[in-house]
Ligand binder design. Sequence first.
Ligand code: SF4
Ligand code: SF4
Length: 424
Amino acid sequence: MSEVYNWQLGRPMSYPHPQAMPQWQFAFVFNTNRCIACQTCTMACKSTWTFSKGQEYMWWNNVETKPYGGYPQSWDVRILELLDEAHRGAGREAVWDQAAGEAAKAPYGVFDGMTIFEAARQQAKREEVALGYEPTDLEWRSPNFYEDTATGSKAARDRLNLDPVTLPEHQTWFFYLQRLCNHCSYPACLAACPRRAIYKRPEDGIVLIDQKRCRGYRKCVAQCPYKKPMFRATTRVSEKCIACYPRIEGKDPLTEGEPMETRCMAACVGKIRMQGMVQVGEDGAWAEDRQHPLYYLVQVEKVALPLYPQFGTQPNGYYIPPRWVPRSYLRQMFGPGADAAVEKYTRPSRELLAVLQLFRASQTMVFRYEIIEGPKVLEMTIGGQPWSMYNDTVVGYSRSGREVARVTVEEPKIERDPKHYNSI
Ligand code: SF4
Ligand code: SF4
């Protein structure tokens, strides 16, 4: 075991391999507030990578309805239960020390609990490097189980409720959680593989399974806490999201050699997804890059949070949490930054509102943005406090500095020429 630094936990942690960081890291931000569960992302991925024999139940990208849905079924409840059990066995609790966060320069506080790697070590008879389990075939069978199912009794849900539903939290709720491999900085799949068939690319941090080395032991399936490696019965080896690496490498002619967003990101109808590459320092923390949209959302505004950071893999997928969901649920899922993130999103700053317009404005990855200030177009109160909206323009630039997006906060009104009335 080595000691590596996990900036999401605000502390060093045990990991089976020495710290080794890529030059750039594949990362993404999802705005859960905007997802409509159309599954266009899911089908874009499926029709590109997993349409062959033996891949029928393989969904590298999926969108599940929380709190009941999950693919495989109950994946997060199962791993949270295992972690709870390990903490109970060790006579300790898992808590976030937010007061210590400032001194440690940790945005979410310092995690005082065991990660999946530390919990596995603590259980002496365990041979695995990370806490985990292998889902049954039945659990992989229904990727959309519980879609659109809200909390509360069926009777309560069926009753015509004439009372208006108000924020900050709804009594009866659900939300959509978009999921793919997080191309973690400390991948549990990689650590678990006895064949060393899984590797993390130094140029972009993408985690891949070498199909020739894999022998289908399924240790990665069991020990990835997000359950994103999947076993293919026809080839008897495991497969996982490859982050559409030919697009990342700029092989698609559309972006003329510039890194391009993945299929699931580019297809998103709800404009909830933004993907990019961020630079990381030797300790794994992100290098300062103030005008990078992902750096701004994750490190400056802190409106986008990692999914289950307490697992300890330092995932590179970040989520703007849903505004209407009980905060205790969000804290468990996204860590202690959830309350502040919801506040920031509910009453967005001028800069945040502009940067949010960049989501799905270009298939070419945006590496830098600039804001051109526009006039004030709205004054109102949000949560009893004054708030103004400005029609700013946000401009996005590719890796080479080429302008690839230019969007205003207010959508332009386009009047259809009368000669096109009644035409499609
Ligand atoms: S999400 Fe799972 S499969 Fe993807 S890199 Fe992390 S541990 Fe590996
Ligand atoms: S395409 Fe976008 S809006 Fe539709 S389900 Fe996927 S993430 Fe949600």
